[in-house]
Design a binder for this molecule. Structure first.
Ligand SMILES: Cc1cc2nc3c(=O)[nH]c(=O)nc-3n(C[C@H](O)[C@H](O)[C@H](O)COP(=O)(O)O)c2cc1C
Length: 370
């Protein structure tokens, strides 16, 4: 299903949403290898830090020829800095610059960026106008529905931004005040779709299954969807959703072996990009997302959170595979073709089996407020 943002042609209308601390180059490469995603966006990057060539900021935009098409998300509020950072990104081969207007984190709002822009329409519109005039690639925006229930400002802001040339708008269907509580408000997203004339609106929030993706399209009329946590929870979601939308058929869940294979590749990519020590340390929190779909996983989680090296990873997987097989054999009454439907009886967690969950936990880290 080809899809366009301005002049930019994409192979699908399913996008990877930015997840600070998670949507780094290794993860994007894994998503692309599995397939189905039309566009991936980096974690949000501070425009000023980018201009100062800050090492961490440059690492956030690190990319490779297979990591295409790539959008970079910027935050900041000084128009000249945002413009110069966007010009720099354009020169680096980025296909779109996304402006963050949804981040609720205090550090970002304090400097007039993120969701604070949803209260200052004049300023936000002026900023987008400057960017649109400065670069040739599309300028896009990502926002929430508004600051709080009394200030649902997204429809009005979207209309204004379209007036100054924004190419696409992503809406996470919650307010800043809501954080991640409650369910995503599809009617709210629909009101943004209805407020704009021509530009595509990307519906975002709580998409964890192909069926939820279809509901987002059907109930909001959005042109594309953004998937964040759902992609971490299940990197196959883009491929499976694309298949479901075109055939109305659900593909079978990946097998345990397929999940292990992709997880192992993910670790390889982490090591290539961050080095063995840092890559393994960062991978500790990544691996426990994969294991949510392994069925009984206590033995794996216990060891992987201390991971130090690639060699150790192979050993953990080998031992765990034997342990898991024994558990499955001991409890044939719980066995199903999809072991992720199994409750991990060794786990202290009271969570329901993951494959039947409708909500996704918020990944731990410095971004819990997102
Ligand atoms: C850990 C975490 C980090 C996030 N980082 C960003 C970010 O850098 N930029 C952004 O626009 N949104 C960010 N978000 C919001 C997501 O892109 C998305 O809008 C939100 O999670 C709802 O979509 P989902 O239910 O598919 O995850 C983040 C969310 C989480 C949980």
């Amino acid at each position: 299903m080809p899809f366009c943002i301005g002049q930019l042609e994409l192979c699908s209308h399913l996008f990877l949403s930015p997840l600070a601390g998670y949507t780094n180059l290794p993860f994007r490469l894994i998503i692309r290898e599995i397939g189905g995603a039309g566009l991936c966006t980096t974690d949000l990057v501070n425009a000023r830090s980018l201009l100062e060539k800050n090492r961490k900021a440059l690492k956030l935009i690190e990319s490779s020829p297979e990591d295409r098409p790539l959008a970079v998300q910027l935050f900041g509020s000084v128009p000249e800095e945002m413009r110069d950072a966007a010009l720099f990104l354009e020169s680096q081969g980025v296909v779109a610059v996304d402006i963050n207007m949804g981040c609720p984190v205090r550090k970002v709002c304090k400097i007039g960026g993120g969701s604070s822009m949803m209260l200052e329409h004049e300023k936000a519109t002026r900023l987008i106008e400057i960017l649109v005039c400065a670069i040739k690639i599309p300028v896009t925006c990502k926002m929430r529905l508004g600051w709080d229930e009394k200030n649902i400002t997204a429809p009005d802001l979207a209309q204004r931004l379209e007036g100054v040339g924004v190419a696409c708008i992503t809406v996470h269907g919650r307010t800043r005040e809501q954080g991640f509580s409650g369910k995503v408000n599809l009617t709210g997203i629909r009101s943004v779709v209805q407020a704009v004339r021509h530009i595509p609106v990307v519906g975002n929030g709580d998409i964890t299954t192909p069926q939820a993706a279809k509901r987002m399209f059907d109930e909001t009329g959005c042109a594309a969807i953004g998937i964040g946590r759902g992609a971490f929870y299940n990197p196959w979601i883009f491929q499976h959703t694309l298949h479901y939308l075109t055939t109305n058929e659900l593909l079978p869940e990946p097998t345990f072996e397929e999940r292990l294979g992709i997880m192992s590749k993910h670790l390889n990519r982490m090591i290539e990009v961050f080095g063995e020590e840092t890559g393994c340390r960062m991978f500790r929190k990544v691996a426990t997302w994969y294991s949510k779909r392994f069925g009984p996983a206590a033995e794996f989680n216990r060891r992987i959170v201390l991971l130090h090296s690639r060699k150790e990873f192979d050993e953990i997987v080998e031992n765990y595979t034997i342990w898991r097989q024994q558990i499955l054999e001991k409890r044939p009454q719980f066995y199903s073709s999809d072991p992720s439907l199994l409750q991990d009886r060794n786990s202290k967690s009271r969570e329901p089996p993951v494959a039947t969950r409708e909500t996704i936990p918020i990944p731990p880290g410095p971004n819990e407020l997102w």
